[in-house]
Design a protein around this ligand. Structure first.
Ligand SMILES: [Zn+2]
Length: 238
């Protein structure tokens, strides 16, 4: 049984290493944060594009109103200078109307200028968001390429050691392997403990003389009385 326990100890070292490799795979950054960042930037781009369209619609509307006003001024002026109207009171009213319309026109023009400026700023925001998005997407691609390479390398290593493990398992009594597997599952991955200065190497409980005696004399799997792990005494193997 010492030889079996020696192999089991080897198996456990291998399993711990495979566990470690699997943990490394699980800890690889699969790019979730970058994807979230891309999603946020895409939303920002959509929002700013919508805003651009809204401002553009306002600008178009205001341009049309400005044209209409120009047309009204032009018609009133044509009427004023046509000579058809002779009533001074009426002429005065028309002149007053033209002046008012021209003042309104100036205000409208100034407002339209502000709208155009706003449109320009929003266009810059769109460009900036598009640049950010492109940059993030390039970064994501490079990151994912690296992620896939690392993952593939780790998986190849795991697969190599699983093969090694199968060869080792083939040398151990199936019942012993089964007991080991069950204990490993129940005891957080560690089923085998070493006898170190008459104590269990995992839970550090001092082993009773009875257990130590059994280890020396019995051809059976002996477990730590405290934690239940299978005991292996390297000194006995020599
Ligand atoms: Zn123990």
């Amino acid at each position: 049984m010492h030889r079996q326990m020696g192999l089991l100890r080897e198996l456990q070292a291998l399993d711990h290493y495979i566990d470690h490799l699997r943990q490394q795979v699980a800890q690889l950054d699969s790019g979730e944060r970058i994807r979230a960042s891309i999603e946020r930037t895409r939303q920002r781009l959509e929002e700013v594009k919508t805003r651009y369209q809204e401002i553009y619609a306002i600008a178009t509307q205001q341009e049309q109103r400005l044209k209409d006003l120009d047309e009204r001024i032009r018609r009133t002026e044509a009427e004023l200078y046509s000579g058809r109207i002779t009533n001074p009171r009426e002429l005065q009213l028309m002149q007053h109307e033209i002046e008012q319309a021209k003042r309104a026109r100036d205000e409208m023009e100034a407002e339209l200028l502000r709208v155009w400026e706003h449109l320009e700023t929003t266009k810059h925001d769109i460009d900036a968001a598009e640049r950010d998005l492109n940059e993030l997407e390039r970064y994501y691609e490079a990151h994912m390429e690296d992620f896939r390479q690392r993952k593939a390398a780790l998986e190849a290593e795991i697969s190599y050691h699983l093969h090694e493990r199968a060869e080792l398992v083939a040398q151990i009594d199936p019942e012993v392997v089964q007991r080991y597997e069950r204990l490993r599952e129940r005891l957080g991955g560690t089923a085998v403990a070493i006898v170190e200065q008459k104590a269990c190497s995992v839970c550090h409980t001092t082993l009773t003389p009875y257990t130590l005696k059994r280890l020396q004399t019995e051809d059976a799997l002996i477990a730590c009385e405290s934690c239940g792990r299978l005991l292996y005494d390297p000194e006995l193997a020599q």
